[in-house]
Structure formats: C-alpha cells, structure tokens
Ligand binder design. Structure first.
Ligand SMILES: [Zn+2]
Length: 349
C-alpha cells in the first residue's frame, strides 16, 4: 500500500478518516500493518501489501463467488499482450484518452490487467478493488507502478471518501448478488461530470448458455472441487481450441469461405476469440463453469440501470452479439461528494 491511497480512503463503517500503522515496508510500499478508524476504532489489516476491508456479513454465495475467481486469477495471474486490445473493445467507445490525467476506479480488478493498462494510458492514479484473493495477483502485477493501488473490498461497501473521475467494471457486475445495486453503487463513487463504463453478459445471444450451460454450472461445476472443474474445463477446452483454430479463425479470412461464418453457431463471439492462446481459452471455459452467481442481462435492463443512475451521454452497444457494454457521464446534479469532509480528487495537488 502506497501512502497516497490513504488520501482516498475512509472507514467503510462510519465514514471517518483512517490512520495507518505500518509494521513492515519495502521502500514506499507498506507491506504489513493496519488501518485504524479514528472514530469507531475498527481495524482493517494490511497484509502482503494490500489493505483488507472485507465485511463480516458476506453471504455464502458472495464468498463462493469470490473463492472461485480468487482461484482463477491466482492460478492464471499472468498479463498478456491480448489484454490491451480486449480492454479497449470492452470499454468502447472510450479510448485511452478517457484515462489521461484522471483518478480511476476499477470495480472488480481481478488479476490487475486493466489497472495496469489504465496506468499505461496515463491515468493520474488508479485504484483496483476486488473481493477475492485475486488482489494478490493484482498487487504483484502492478506494485512497481507508483500510481496504482490495490485493495480488497466489497463493491457494496467501498471505503472511499472521495469520488473518482472515471470508474469502470469489466465482467464483474453480472456476478454480483444484485447487479443493478452494484452498478448504482459504482456510480456513487464517480464525481459529477465523471464517467462510468461497464461490460456485462447479455441475455440476447446467450439463450443456449442460460438453457444448457447454466443448470450445469449452478448445480454441478460451481460446486465441484476446483481441481475437478479445472479437469472438466481442460476436456472441453481441447475441442473448442481445435474448432477455433481450424474453423472459426480461418472462416472469415479464406476467400470463398466468408459465407461459412453465417452458418456457424455462435460465430460472432467464437470468431472474436479465435486468436486466444490455449491458456486463455482454457481459463475462459473455466470462468464460465466456476461461478456460483452469474446473470445474463437484456439491453432493456442495462438501459434501465443507466437511467436509474441518472447518467447522461449514455452509449450502450452490443459486443460480439452476446454481451453489452455501456458508458455514461454522471449528472452535474448528482450529490457533490460522498462524505461531509471529502475533497474532490480532481483538484490539482
Ligand atoms: Zn469507523
């Protein structure tokens, strides 16, 4: 944990300021210690470089979901060259300019691939939050970046005193117990005039997953020991990988075969991921089998979230014909700050 993070934090229980008590540091990084609330005296540990704000009242489903993704992103912790292109596609029509000079929040940072990229896009400060042990990987992947911060917390109880300029959440909202409230909660942490961007699974284009894969995921694969779900994912990933490399990848590129894409099932999505490495492909399968909680959202639902948050300049678009990405700007009429003593993080320092 770097000192600057403290200027963004408050006690998630009573909203008072926190005081840091380090016991072990490595240069500017506090590795072990605690944060203590100046008012209610609650203690939040800092372990392995990451402040921990885990609420005591997580549901069994929340714990199981965090455990699933914690396993995935600590086992598959490497960042890849494909991350940049994929991130830019998930946040379209935003471009790297949306991050330059901004204070940015990642709601569900996983192994840290997007907070790493936000820093590459010249964000002023980037804060990645995740409920799961994926924060261990996110910290290791970004600890060398002086303006990147990682903490473990629940998106419904974020410990931030100050609103952010930009908040995004990629592939996370649909795994929350109440996706709409999660979205609205994220928006509350963005200043008036600031920007929100999310990507979620779509209901449109995923009926076969809802009808056939979901019952297996909910009743079987999310309940299996992780090694068993992993083994099953390997069995499924091999034929999928062969289909991607031998059929879906070449189909749109070979003259005379372009029309084949119209006949292939789930072509838009599978052609889009045909460049995945075997590891990406395997973990993508695992990702779809392991989560106890996953929702598929219609365009109407996503539009409703943006309307409920009162966002302006909303752009919602379909990605690969099976998911929705949306962005909007927080209304200038939104509450000015989250707490009485909050200062805007956009003020020049
Ligand atoms: Zn407190």
């Amino acid at each position: 944990m770097k000192d600057f993070l403290l200027t963004l934090l408050e006690c998630p229980r009573c909203h008072a300021a926190l005081e840091v008590h380090p016991t072990s540091s490595d240069g500017a990084e506090i590795l072990e210690g605690k944060l203590v609330c100046l008012r209610c005296k609650n203690v939040f540990p800092i372990t392995r470089g990451v402040p921990r704000f885990l609420p005591p009242d997580l549901s069994a489903a929340q714990r199981a979901t965090a455990e699933a993704f914690g396993y995935e992103w600590t086992q598959y912790s490497q960042l890849t060259d494909a991350d940049r292109e994929e991130f830019l596609d998930w946040i379209k029509p935003l471009t790297p300019d949306a991050f330059a000079g901004r204070v940015v929040l990642d709601g569900g940072c996983g192994k840290g691939r997007h907070i790493y990229l936000a820093a590459q896009f010249h964000a002023r400060e980037v804060v990645g939050v995740d409920l799961s042990d994926a924060v261990e990987s996110a910290f290791q992947n970004t600890r060398h970046l002086p303006n990147v911060h990682v903490l473990q917390a629940d998106i419904f109880n974020l410990p931030f005193a100050n609103p952010f300029d930009v908040a995004y959440s990629i592939g996370v909202i649909h795994h929350l117990p109440d996706p709409k409230q999660g979205f609205l909660g994220l928006c509350k942490h963005v200043r008036p005039g600031g920007r929100v961007s999310v990507w979620v699974y779509g209901k449109e284009g995923n009926r076969w997953i809802e009808n056939f894969v979901d019952p297996i995921r909910i009743h079987i694969t999310s309940r299996l020991p992780k090694f068993a779900t992993r083994a099953l994912s390997l069995v499924l990933a091999v034929p999928l990988y062969l289909a991607l490399k031998l059929v879906y990848g070449p189909a749109p590129r070979i003259p005379g075969l372009a029309g084949l894409k119209d006949w292939l099932p789930y072509a838009e999505y599978l052609c889009a991921i045909s460049g995945y490495s075997f590891a990406e492909n395997f973990w993508n399968v695992f990702d779809h089998l392991v989560a106890p909680t996953a929702f598929y959202h219609s365009r109407d639902e996503v539009e409703n979230w943006f309307a409920a948050a009162g966002l302006n300049e909303v752009v919602i678009s379909q990605r690969n014909q099976n998911s929705w990405r949306g962005t909007g700007v927080v209304s200038e009429q939104a509450p000015r700050a989250l707490s009485a003593n909050a200062l805007s993080v956009t003020a020049d320092s």
